[in-house]
Design a protein around this ligand. Structure first.
Ligand code: AMP
Ligand code: GLY
Length: 416
């Protein structure tokens, strides 16, 4: 199978790595990719947001499957353009991707499908904003309605900061604070059949101890030893299947990866947000544990034949990933710094630990940083403690001037 992956972050590197290990995949392409993906796939300098250009590239390559990684191309309709060209595509339509693209739309779908989530007001005027902030009290949760790369949400005890963010957003969702640990659960769906993956936990705050600003994600682990073994079944029944059914009922079926960001509150599971694509960095740990070859599952989802897919197989191993971010991430990340030590990881730590590239590019013989999140060091082990130790051992070999990472990824869950 000839496969084309769209995107160029650590999630796409993880997808490409899994696809490159799948014997059904005969040739692998990525656009635009990054310096790490170039080691497993042929790169093409195509704008991921340009549906016509992506469809043209897929046709030129005779691609039999296109996988769209990030949210921005999905919301822009890139999957629609590929499907219109008659090429199977893993990734929801622009209409269905509104589940991520508009928080207000997601709330409306959840209300219609009876999916448990935080009570919320959608506000557009200062008066509505004040009413909503008063109604819920502190801590305040204020969310930009549109796509904001993980930076549109402010959670604060400071009513002035909450009001200022709300006024800056235009259309804004103000909602009830959900207390409890967060879980990310992904499901692959063709719009009818839903196949859940294994749950993972992401670390959204920039610094140790969940301090600092929200980021795109600083690390993740799977499995979750502390979670109820029935969690996946419960979320399937109360969240994933009803949401997929509701979008089909509306005539905008969701086919692709449905990401449920959940809070496990004292009153039960609540949806914090939906995303319309694999999450980063959770994908790195979930795919590290997936034994079933990936390409066939994604193709079945793209073709509407997921019901023929047997249950997925998983390694018993645990997986941990730690993100290396650039100087001053997430505020004003510095780019262009050389990265060293990657070959040492390959020599000493592979295959149990490896580096996935997020924001990198080649500059002559060097690999340099090209984004806020630069690398994602991923490792597997017999348990979380071993996976964690391997990830941090490998991470210590990587040198990037001014870089930062969290030192406490999976520490609590591993009991260390
Ligand atoms: P989101 O972009 O919706 O995932 O929000 C980013 C982060 O903000 C989440 O991962 C949570 O840590 C936090 N957050 C969002 N909504 C809530 C909420 N209703 N209650 C508590 N924390 C929240
Ligand atoms: N891990 C958070 C996200 O992908 O949005």
């Amino acid at each position: 199978m000839k496969v084309l992956v769209i995107g160029g972050g650590a999630r796409e590197h993880a997808l490409c790595r899994s696809l490159s290990l799948d014997s059904a995949v005969t040739s692998l392409h990525c656009a635009p990719g990054n310096a790490g993906i170039a080691e497993v796939a042929e790169l093409h300098p195509v704008d991921a947001l340009d549906g016509a250009a992506v469809a043209r590239l897929a046709a030129e390559l005779d691609a039999e499957l296109v996988v769209v990684g990030p949210e921005a191309p999905l919301v822009a309709g890139v999957a629609d353009a590929v499907r219109e060209a008659g090429i199977p595509c893993f990734g929801p339509s622009s209409e269905a991707a509104r589940l991520e693209g508009s928080k207000a739309f997601a709330k409306d779908v959840m209300a219609a499908a009876n999916v448990p989530t935080a009570r919320a007001y959608v506000c557009t005027t200062p008066a509505e904003i004040d009413t909503a902030l008063d109604a819920f009290g502190a801590p305040y949760v204020v969310k930009d309605d549109g796509l904001a790369a993980g930076k549109g949400v402010v959670v604060t005890d400071d009513v002035e900061a909450a009001r200022a963010h709300a006024l800056a957003c235009g259309r804004v969702v103000i909602e009830e604070f959900l207390d409890g640990p967060e879980v990310s659960l992904f499901a692959i769906t063709d719009g009818v059949t839903v196949l859940p993956l294994q749950p993972a936990q992401d670390f959204k705050r920039a610094r140790d101890g969940d301090a600092g600003p929200n980021t795109g994600g600083m690390g993740a682990y799977s499995p979750l030893p502390w979670a109820d073994p029935k969690l996946v079944d419960e979320v399937m029944e109360t969240v994933l299947q009803p949401t997929v059914d509701e979008l089909r009922r509306r005539g905008t079926p969701f086919a692709g990866l449905l990401y449920a960001g959940l809070a496990i509150t004292s009153r039960g599971v609540r949806v914090i947000e939906f995303n319309a694509r694999f999450g980063d960095p959770e994908t790195q740990v979930v795919l590290a544990r997936l034994k079933t070859p990936l390409a066939g599952v994604l193709l079945n989802a793209a073709n509407g034949t997921l019901a023929s897919e047997p249950a997925l197989n998983w390694l018993d191993d645990a997986a941990v990933t730690v993100v290396i971010a650039s100087h001053n991430y997430p505020e004003t990340p510095r780019t262009g710094d050389p990265i060293e030590g990657l070959d040492e990881v390959a020599a000493h730590d592979a295959p149990q630990a490896y580096v996935l590239h997020a924001g990198t590019r080649r500059d002559g013989d060097a690999i340099v940083s090209a984004g806020g999140r630069v690398l994602s060091v991923t490792a597997t082990g017999a348990g979380l403690a071993e996976a964690r130790e391997r990830a941090y051992t490998a991470l210590a070999r990587v040198r990037l001037d001014g870089s930062q990472h969290r030192t406490d990824i999976a520490a609590k869950a591993a009991g260390v």
